[in-house]
Design a protein around this ligand. Structure first.
Ligand SMILES: NC(=O)c1ccc[n+]([C@@H]2O[C@H](COP(=O)([O-])OP(=O)(O)OC[C@H]3O[C@@H](n4cnc5c(N)ncnc54)[C@H](O)[C@@H]3O)[C@@H](O)[C@H]2O)c1
Length: 249
């Protein structure tokens, strides 16, 4: 028996590095997982089903209201309920790095459209299914860059900062329906491309940590699975920094 047996969880950006880890962790805990991404999620679905879990691939652009509505409709058609939403999809690895006054206008708008509007559209599209059951978990993924004030991609950091206010105010709006809303903030978790693009950066980040090692996607999973589960029903509006103790709230 897993703690999430019978639950249905949607993970946006589930084809990506961290999203994949959340999907595998939620499936291992017993949830039926909907892997929702603009990039074909079928590889992650295959990983889960070959391990005996249950998963559905949904191709979605979270900045598009119709596409998001189709994601929720496909989830309800396949599984009949929605218990958990992990708002993880974001424009992140492709953002322009540079001075704040040189960010292209269109890129600023696209980052906000996906990272902020997308989270709102997804929350909006699952809330009626959660309200009907009188329970739900919305987990928003922010970033330690907000607490650190990392320069060089102001649009991205601004969008991740928005998740904190979004979480707090939404928690107040949906609490009466038994729905919790929390933020989880990863520190720098480099994949092979980031390691190649920014040589020396991981070492610098690792040196700031109490637990001085490279952070990996699996480091995030326990917090997300816990917040999705029955033990976290009285925790809402909060932000959790999963950063190996690089800095404290
Ligand atoms: N990796 C890190 O160092 C780090 C640190 C802090 C926060 N984060 C956050 O964690 C989350 C995942 O990051 P990651 O490292 O796995 O990045 P990633 O780029 O590997 O994954 C992001 C996923 O989001 C998807 N996506 C992008 N735009 C989309 C859209 N419009 N609709 C649907 N899906 C879309 C991408 O296709 C991708 O699969 C992001 O919210 C990111 O901001 C990551």
């Amino acid at each position: 028996m897993g703690t999430l047996d019978g639950s249905v969880a949607i993970v946006t950006g589930g084809s990506g590095d961290l999203g994949r880890a959340y999907c595998l962790g939620l499936a291992e805990a017993g949830a039926d997982v909907v892997i929702a991404d603009v990039v074909d999620p079928s590889g992650v679905v295959a990983e889960i089903t070959s391990a005996g879990g249950s998963a559905l691939a949904v191709t979605v652009d979270i900045s598009d209201p119709d596409s998001v509505a189709a994601m929720s409709a496909a989830t309800l058609e396949a599984f009949g309920r929605i218990d958990v939403l992990v708002n993880n999809a974001a424009v992140f690895k492709t953002v322009t790095i540079g001075s704040f006054d040189e960010i292209p206008l269109e890129e600023w708008d696209r980052v906000m459209a996906v990272n902020v509007r997308g989270a709102w559209l997804c929350a909006r599209s699952v809330v009626s299914a959660m309200r009907e059951r009188g329970a739900g978990r919305i987990i928003n993924i922010s970033s330690n860059t907000v607490w650190k004030g990392v320069p060089g991609f102001l649009h991205y950091v601004t969008s991740k900062s928005a998740m904190i206010g979004f979480t707090r105010a939404l928690a107040r709006e949906v609490g009466e329906h038994g729905i919790t809303v929390n933020t989880v903030a990863p520190d720098y978790i480099p994949d092979a491309i980031l390691l190649d693009q920014y040589p020396g950066h991981d070492e610098a980040v690792v040196a700031q940590r109490s637990i001085a090692r490279t952070q990996v996607p699996d480091d995030m999973v326990g917090t997300v699975v816990f917040l999705a589960g029955p033990g976290a029903g009285f925790i809402t509006g909060q932000s959790f920094l999963v950063n190996g103790g690089s800095h404290f709230q």
